[in-house]
Write a protein that binds this ligand. Structure first.
Ligand code: BJ8
Length: 428
């Protein structure tokens, strides 16, 4: 693989620490992902996306900027990618999935905020995020208290835009969100110096809908009695979806889907038919975080559905293609993003109903609720989720953890006990 040390140095990174973090990620990727047996050949592209995230992708964005384009960092799937792409801006999710950067965040921020946020901040504070020095703007959103207050802090230091995501879904909340989407468009127009063009917006809507459909198709293959792809590999694809070039990603995903279709035709699965089928539901697992999926699948289960932002929440619901100009299309975009059922909404009945439905549709043996430590919204909502699952005759296990490996042994014991209990459970 090409050496990017010179580029990192020029970007002002702490090259030695950056190399240590990448070495740790590569080691985990090798041990958890690449070592899996029976992987689809077309996963090679997505492996490269992950392994090249801090090198090749950064170099590509620098080239884009040299040609006059802009680049923004995001932290959440509420940021409407259609508008970003239509203005020739590259979006990349900057959420951190490594434990190694966390101590650098804890020097300034409280320890009791979620590992995703601390990892993200730590990468930036320790000068080990190659995207940070090249971003023209960062876009945050008000989905949880930790994020909201963090954005206040960061807004004083870098060019930052905050989108207010409402906490309820009444008509007046939708109005507020629509307005937020328009303001975001205006902020991006200011950043790029370009007016949003109707044709380009329609093209971006079609492209993003194609990307979502291809991801939904990939996810649906996992309904098969013998799923042709592991949960870990699905996660790798999703992590790539948040950082890679949209068009290239989509084209490679179509190739992967064609391979999986062939596998299904030949009855070629990645796990035996005795493997327990699990839904993972809750917090996202971003690049660098393969912990839970690895623990589950190396304990003999197969993850057949991800109800998270690195899963269904990212690609559910299409944007309606609207004729007749930018304004109408912006409304349709806002309406689609408002359908995302993050636990920041209250009440959030649709998410709870959706989890039960997904578990049934995917013929799950059980559901694992994945809660990042100190993520209060998912953690508290987990009570209602568990009770709805129980009512539906679906066993569930809640796992609350961080990015460290310290609890891996204990988690494995709990997972094994859960899988054993599923052996005795009679499906309704
Ligand atoms: S839409 S899940 S990507 S906010 S895990 S930082 S919520 S304390 S990441 Fe998320 Fe958007 Fe919601 Fe999805 Fe806060 Fe929870 Fe941390 Fe989170």
């Amino acid at each position: 693989m090409k050496n990017y040390e010179g580029m990192w140095k020029e970007l002002g990174l702490d090259v030695e620490l950056h190399k240590a973090i990448l070495a740790d990620l590569d080691k985990k990727f090798e041990a958890y992902v690449l070592s899996q047996k029976n992987r689809p050949g077309k996963m090679g592209y997505f492996d490269d996306v992950i392994l090249g995230a801090h090198g090749a992708r950064v170099a590509e964005i620098i080239d884009h900027k040299k040609r006059g384009g802009k680049f923004i960092g995001t932290f959440c799937i509420y940021v409407p990618e259609e508008i970003v792409l239509a203005l020739d801006v590259i979006p990349v999710a900057l959420c951190g999935g490594t434990a190694l950067s966390i101590p650098y965040a804890e020097r300034t921020f409280p320890r009791n905020i979620c590992p995703l946020l601390k990892s993200t901040l730590g990468l930036s504070f320790s000068k080990t995020c190659a995207f940070a020095p090249i971003k023209d703007m960062a876009v945050g959103e008000t989905t949880c208290d930790a994020k909201k207050k963090t954005w206040d802090f960061l807004s004083k230091k870098v060019n930052f835009h905050v989108m207010e995501v409402p906490q309820k879904k009444r008509d007046k909340d939708l109005e507020l969100w629509r307005d937020e989407v328009v303001q975001f468009k205006e902020r991006l127009e200011g950043l790029t110096g370009n007016k949003l063009d109707g044709e380009k917006l329609s093209e971006a809507v079609r492209l993003m809908n194609r990307k979502r459909s291809a991801l939904a198709r990939l996810h649906a293959f996992r309904k098969e009695a013998l799923p042709p792809i592991s949960g870990l590999d699905f996660l790798v694809v999703m992590q790539g979806a948040l950082i890679d070039d949209t068009r290239r990603f989509w084209a490679n995903l179509e190739d992967l889907n064609a391979e999986l279709e062939d596998r299904v035709r030949k009855g070629h699965g990645v796990a035996g038919d005795r493997a327990k089928r699990l839904v993972v539901s809750g917090c996202p697992s971003v690049l660098g975080n393969w912990k839970l999926h690895h623990l589950l699948e190396s304990s003999g289960a197969i993850v057949i559905c991800d109800e998270s932002c690195t899963g269904t929440r990212y690609f559910e619901h299409m944007v309606e293609e609207v004729q007749g100009g930018v304004d109408g299309q912006l409304l349709a975009i806002a309406d689609r993003y408002m359908k995302i059922d993050c636990s920041c909404f209250s009440p959030n009945e649709e998410r709870i109903t959706n989890i039960v439905k997904l578990a049934r549709d995917y013929k799950a043996d059980g559901v694992v609720q994945y809660i990042l430590q100190y993520c209060h919204t998912y953690n508290i909502e987990a009570i209602a989720v568990a009770s709805a699952l129980k009512k539906g005759g679906l066993p569930s296990l809640k796992i609350e953890t961080d990015y460290s490996e310290e609890d891996a042994g204990q988690l494995r014991l709990r997972i094994e006990a859960f899988l054993e209990s599923l052996e005795k459970h009679v499906k309704p």
